[in-house]
Design a protein around this ligand. Structure first.
Ligand SMILES: Nc1ncnc2c1ncn2[C@@H]1O[C@H](COP(=O)(O)OP(=O)(O)OP(=O)(O)O)[C@@H](O)[C@H]1O
Ligand SMILES: [Mg+2]
Length: 265
């Protein structure tokens, strides 16, 4: 039995910065299961970051409901778009931050941070500063920090966007390994459809703003997936199918049929 970890029901969000309200999300329905890896793709500005912020509790829906049922007492870990490390803190101190905020004693904090550094392949860089690391290493730090207080739900907002294609594929493999080893529920945003297919159990395609769910694609390949699965015909066909769904400006009826086709894929 699959039990839900996260449920969004008719979630709408409107920014009202001035006189002109801006509807970012419109009636989003989505259920994510425990231990599932779900990826959101969609055009820039369609509300993906907004959706993650709502799930993290950094903002509240204008209408609709978000339920977090992940259980196990774990909270939510967030890797923000662009990484957002504190430049004046060492790598280790960055990773310790959520534990510090949770009031964990310094010795335990340090031990946990070292464990996380091991996990993301950064052992030995404890005392380095973010500016001394490569982009990929900084992303690993951000990931380690998000994992530090053992969240049940991990939210990743374009975590590898700044990396070259080669480093990105390596980080995808790392993330798959970490996800399999820690049985987290993950919701990730990406613009890279290959990355989405490689990592996900399901890929959710969102429409132009106001963002809504336009199609959901199940990725049938078993985990762990080898790196070269990206070159399989079936993989390429699914990626192309998702790309078409993401690109099309077709009517809702046509979109319905895309979802139906996806179910049979
Ligand atoms: N603080 C804010 N105040 C007003 N409008 C905002 C604010 N943050 C985002 N928006 C608007 O809400 C919409 C959705 O933004 P959001 O950042 O969620 O998009 P996104 O899908 O994450 O885009 P990208 O792929 O470029 O990161 C955009 O039109 C954006 O201009
Ligand atoms: Mg965004």
């Amino acid at each position: 039995m699959r039990s839900p970890a996260l449920r969004l029901s008719e979630v709408t969000y409107t920014y009202s910065p001035g006189l002109r309200p801006l509807e970012a999300l419109s009636r989003v329905d989505l259920e994510v299961y425990r231990g599932e890896f779900v990826t959101l793709v969609g055009p820039s500005g369609c509300g993906k970051t907004t959706l993650l912020r709502l799930v993290a509790g950094l903002a509240h829906p204008t209408a609709g409901e978000i339920e977090i049922l992940a259980g196990d007492g774990g909270g939510v870990g967030f890797v923000f778009q662009g990484g957002a490390l504190m430049p004046w803190r060492t790598v280790c101190a960055n990773i310790e931050l959520p534990l510090e905020l949770a009031g964990v004693a310094s010795q335990r904090r340090r031990a946990r941070a070292r464990e996380m550094m091991e996990l993301v392949g950064l052992a030995g860089f404890e005392d380095s500063y973010p500016r001394q690391l490569s982009g990929g290493m900084r992303q690993r730090v951000a990931l380690a920090r998000a994992l530090a207080d053992d969240p049940a739900l991990l939210l990743l907002d374009e975590p590898f966007a700044s990396l070259d294609a080669f480093s990105r594929e390596r980080m995808n493999e790392e993330l798959q390994r970490i996800w399999l080893a820690n049985s987290k529920t993950v919701v990730m945003v990406t613009h890279d459809i290959q990355e989405a297919v490689y990592l996900s159990d399901r890929v959710v395609v969102m429409s132009q703003r106001p963002g809504r769910v336009k199609g959901v694609f199940t990725v049938p390949f078993e985990h762990p997936r080898p790196a070269d699965i990206r070159y399989d015909r079936e993989f390429a066909a699914l990626a192309q199918h998702i790309r078409q769904a993401a690109d099309s400006h077709s009517s809702e009826e046509e979109q319905e049929s895309i979802s139906v086709v996806a179910e049979f894929f």
